[in-house]
Design a protein around this ligand. Structure first.
Ligand code: ACM
Length: 414
C-alpha cells in the first residue's frame, strides 16, 4: 500500500478545568529576554505536516493546536494569549533539530511541543539542552532517557507492559514472536518484554526487525506459521503496522488463538487498517477514544467539532492535548515576573490534571503518571477496554536497567 494511504488525516477537544491564575506581566526566556512588550507567550509546534510521519504527527499538531485555541478562547494565561509558531520538519530528523533551533532562538519560544518518533526526539534533544529550552514530547517511547529539558507525556515500557505481558501469557500462552521496526524504540521495548517473559517462564520463539515503512510481510507470515507462537508482540509503527495487520488478516490467522498484541496500534492505525482486519487484536495504552469520562467526552466532541466528525482521537493525540494544559498549569504557578523554561519545568513537577484518560501527574523525573488499559479492537474501529489498571502507574524510564534511575536531579547510577 502507498505510504500516504496510512492514516488518513484523523484527528481532538474539550476543556479541562482551568488551573490557577497568573496575573503579572513580564515573561522571560531561559536567557532572560523579556516578552513583556509583546503581550503574548510564544510557543512552538514542531510536528511534521508533510512527509511520511505527517499522517500521525498532523493529529498531534491538531490536538495541541486545539488545546491552545481553547486556552486562548478562555483568555489565555495570565491575560496573555499563547502565540503559536508552527514549523514543519517534513519527517526528517535533521530538519527537526534545525527547526527546533529556529523556534527557540528566532521565535524565542518558551516551550516547544513536538514529534512522534524517538529518532526525531533524539535529534531535538541536543538542541533543547544547549538552548536550555523545554520540549514537550507526547509519544510513548522506550525510556532510558532522562533529560532535564524534555517533558515526557507518553508511556514508558513499564506503563504499557507491566500488566499486559503477564495478562497475555495467562490468556494466550508464553510463546512470543517479537516483531518490530528496525530502530531504537522496538528494540528497547523488546528488551523489557524479554525480561518479563523470563520472569514468567515464557519464551521468545523469534525476534525480528523490518525497516521503517516495510510493507511486504509474506516471509514474516510464513515464519509465524512455521513457528506457531501464542502471541505476536508488535512494535511495528505506522505504515508497517497497517500493512502487517492487513496481510495477517488475509492469511487467515485467528486473533482468538494468536492475537497481535501491540504497543503502538491506536484508533488512527485501526482506521487505516480497516475494522474487520483489526478486530479481535489487542493493544495496551493509557487512553482509548471510547473511554468514558466527562473529560474525554468533551475532548472527543471538541476535536470532532474542530476537525471533522470522521476524525478520531488516540493515545498520542490525547497526550499532545493534555501536555499543553500541563504547560498552562505550570505557568500559572509561577511568579510571572521572571518565567524561564527551567522555572516552567520545575513548576510542572507535581501538576495533576483531569485528563481524558483519568487524573495524571507529572513526576519529578519529568515523565507522567498514567492509567494503562488493555483493549481489544472491534470491527467499528473502536476499542473494548478489557482491563484497566486499578491505580495510576508511575513512570520508570530505566525499569529494565536496575543500576540506573531517572530522578529529579537527572540520571543516577548505582
Ligand atoms: C516511538 O518511536 N517512540 C514510537
Amino acid at each position: 500500500m502507498k505510504r500516504r494511504s496510512f492514516l488518513t488525516r484523523l484527528g481532538a477537544a474539550g476543556t479541562l478545568g482551568a488551573i490557577g491564575g497568573l496575573s503579572a506581566p513580564a515573561i522571560l526566556t531561559g536567557t532572560g529576554r523579556a516578552w513583556a512588550q509583546s503581550g503574548e507567550i510564544p510557543v512552538g509546534l514542531l510536528f511534521s505536516l508533510t512527509g511520511e510521519v505527517a499522517v500521525v504527527e498532523r493529529t498531534l499538531h491538531d490536538a495541541a493546536q486545539l488545546a491552545i485555541e481553547e486556552i486562548n478562547a478562555a483568555g489565555g494565561v495570565n491575560d496573555r494569549l499563547l502565540k503559536v509558531h508552527v514549523e514543519d520538519p517534513a519527517s526528517d530528523p535533521a530538519t527537526y533539530a534545525d527547526r527546533a533551533r529556529r523556534l527557540f532562538i528566532r521565535d524565542n519560544c518558551v516551550s516547544v511541543f513536538g514529534s512522534y518518533t524517538s529518532a526525531s526526539r533524539q535529534a531535538v534533544l541536543p538542541v533543547v539542552e544547549q538552548r536550555k529550552g523545554l520540549y514537550w514530547y507526547p509519544t510513548l517511547y522506550e525510556g532510558r532517557e532522562c533529560s532535564r529539558n524534555i517533558m515526557y507525556g507518553g508511556a514508558v515500557p513499564n506503563q504499557q507492559q507491566q500488566e499486559f505481558v503477564p495478562w497475555l501469557v495467562k490468556n494466550f500462552g508464553g510463546k512470543f514472536y517479537l516483531l518490530g521496526n528496525n530502530y531504537v524504540y522496538p528494540k528497547e521495548e523488546n528488551n523489557v518484554c524479554k525480561m518479563l517473559l523470563g520472569q514468567l517462564g515464557g519464551e521468545v520463539l523469534h525476534e525480528e526487525y523490518v525497516p521503517l515503512g516495510h510493507s511486504d510481510f509474506s516471509s514474516v507470515i510464513n515464519r509465524i506459521r512455521a513457528t506457531g507462537p501464542s502471541v505476536i508482540f508488535s512494535t511495528l509503527v505506522g505504515d508497517s503496522d497497517v500493512a502487517f495487520a492487513r496481510q495477517y488478516h488475509a492469511a487467515g490467522f485467528d486473533p482468538e488463538k494468536m492475537p497481535v498484541a501491540s504497543l503502538t496500534r491506536s484508533e488512527v492505525e485501526v482506521a487505516a487498517i480497516g475494522g474487520e482486519a483489526a478486530a479481535g487484536h489487542l493493544s495496551s495504552a493509557p487512553y482509548y477514544m471510547g473511554y468514558q469520562s466527562p473529560e474525554n467526552e468533551r475532548f472527543v466532541e471538541a476535536y470532532k467539532a474542530r476537525y471533522g466528525a470522521d476524525q478520531v482521537t488516540h493515545f498520542v493525540s490525547e497526550a499532545a492535548y493534555f501536555q499543553v494544559y500541563q504547560f498552562k498549569a505550570a505557568l500559572e504557578k509561577l511568579d510571572p515576573a521572571a518565567v524561564t523554561a527551567e522555572a516552567i519545568r520545575d513548576a510542572a513537577v507535581g501538576v495533576t490534571l483531569k485528563a481524558p484518560q483519568g487524573e495524571i501527574l507529572v513526576d519529578p523525573n519529568l515523565h507522567t503518571h498514567l492509567w494503562p488499559k488493555i483493549a481489544r479492537w472491534k470491527s467499528d474501529g473502536q476499542a473494548e477496554i478489557l482491563v484497566q489498571s486499578a491505580e495510576r502507574i508511575a513512570p520508570e524510564p530505566y525499569w529494565a536497567y536496575p543500576g540506573e534511575t531517572c530522578t529529579g536531579e537527572g540520571l543516577v547510577r548505582g
